[in-house]
Design a protein around this ligand. Structure first.
Ligand code: APR
Length: 252
């Protein structure tokens, strides 16, 4: 389970870190309160702030960091059952983790849907408008085309229901870079069996790790990159991970 904290080393602000988090830096968007930028009612009133933010977050502007490649290495070793991410930056896909192994619980910029006629559009059809500060509109009915990002109050993608199968099967749960503040994603941390070890790697203690810890919980507080490097060293995978990062960086 991961959140925006794994992408801050890639240069993408998270949401709630005091000062640097996105929700502390939305004054420029002239919105009534931070979360409004992801609320449908405000979006239909004024879609510009969201599309301005989307342009800033354009996936093509950022590269995965060692944390993303650590999960790719887990996949390459046949150890990754599934990666549940709250992130909309798409860096898990860029790191080479197959979409079949991903649950992008808060949606993705990889596709968009007309808010009127519900037609679906691949990103190539509308990112040009976003990059030129235009609100993308449906060529058929002129409705606003909204990227398939899950706004507050919207249902999560159907793939999120995979958790019903995955979490009871998991024999280890890793949680990285999330405040565990947003439901229903946060409650997944409670969905593994009582005897399953849970490892939290995060700057601060969050969720039930703080107020209802389990006997087999392991908590590593501090910078996510430093913590992942330490874990990889303990696993004896440092060289393998370095080679993977170099290969993928050269490809890019
Ligand atoms: N190293 C370790 N921890 C970090 C780092 C870092 N480099 N950067 C950030 N963090 C931690 C923060 O301290 C915080 O605990 O990652 C967590 C990020 O929390 P949030 O900013 O709340 O992000 P996230 O948990 O992904 O938010 C969940 O909220 O607004 C919605 O839809 C949005 O998906 C998002 C959801």
């Amino acid at each position: 389970m991961v959140g925006a904290g794994i992408s801050t080393p890639s240069g993408i602000p998270d949401f709630r870190s005091p000062g640097s988090g996105l929700y502390s830096n939305l004054l420029q968007y002239n919105i009534p309160y931070p979360e409004a930028i992801f609320e449908l009612e405000f979006f239909f009133h004024n879609p510009k702030p969201f599309f301005t933010l989307a342009k800033q977050l354009y996936p093509g502007n950022y590269r995965p960091n060692i944390t993303h490649y650590f999960f790719r290495l887990l996949h390459d070793k046949g150890l990754l059952l599934r990666l549940y991410t709250q992130n909309i930056d798409g860096l898990e896909r860029v790191s080479g983790i197959p979409v079949s192994k991903l649950v992008e619980a808060h949606g993705t910029f990889a596709s968009a849907t007309c808010t009127v006629c519900r037609r679906s559009f691949p990103e190539k059809d509308w990112w040009a408008d976003v990059m030129m500060d235009r609100v993308p509109c449906c060529p058929v009915c002129a409705g606003i085309v909204k990227p398939d990002i899950v706004f507050f109050g919207e249902p999560l993608p159907e793939r999120f229901l995979l958790h019903v199968l995955d979490f009871p099967m998991a024999d280890l749960l890793l949680i990285l870079g999330t405040s565990l503040e947003v439901e229903p994603f946060a409650s997944l941390s409670e969905a593994v069996g009582a005897s399953v070890p849970r490892l939290l790697i995060n700057r601060d203690l969050v969720g039930t790790f703080a107020w209802r810890p389990r006997s087999r919980d392991v908590v590593q507080l501090g910078d996510v990159v430093h913590s992942v490097e330490r874990l990889v060293e303990l696993l004896g995978w440092t060289k393998e991970l370095q080679d993977l990062v170099q290969r993928e960086t050269r490809k890019a």
